[in-house]
Design a protein. Structure first.
Length: 124
């Protein structure tokens, strides 16, 4: 899991996450073609911080975007690019990264009440 915008604020965490995911998928496909992977990107409000005993802090993030990204990662394994974003991530992206993605079909993700519209990378 990668987190953008916590613990340090970022002007465009969704755009950074989408860009990093797209570049990671490209490199993994080119450099380690035998590796099967799935990358899911979501965005939204979540709770981030340290949990655990004083002797063993663990930084974690919880919230709906975390769950959505995990479900998208699973679903991405069924797509050629092995990469899916959510409409929430794409609409929150503030920079030119949004032009590298397009919205497609919706999918029912496990544990979610409403369909999630999927964003896929644009090739070209």
């Amino acid at each position: 899991m990668s987190i953008f915008g916590a613990p340090v604020e970022s002007p465009d965490p969704a755009g950074q996450a989408l860009r990093a995911a797209r570049r990671l998928a490209e490199r993994l496909s080119a450099e380690v073609p035998e590796l099967d992977f799935g990358i899911g990107v979501s965005a939204g409000r979540a709770v981030a911080g340290n949990v655990g005993a004083e002797q063993r802090f663990e930084y974690t993030v919880i919230g709906d975007p975390v769950n959505e990204a995990a479900r998208l990662s699973d679903l991405a394994k069924l797509h050629d690019e092995r990469l899916l974003g959510s409409e929430a991530a794409l609409t929150r992206a503030r920079d030119e990264e949004g032009a590298s993605w397009s919205l497609g079909d919706s999918a029912e993700l496990r544990g979610r009440g409403e369909p999630t519209r999927l964003a896929v990378p644009v090739h070209g």
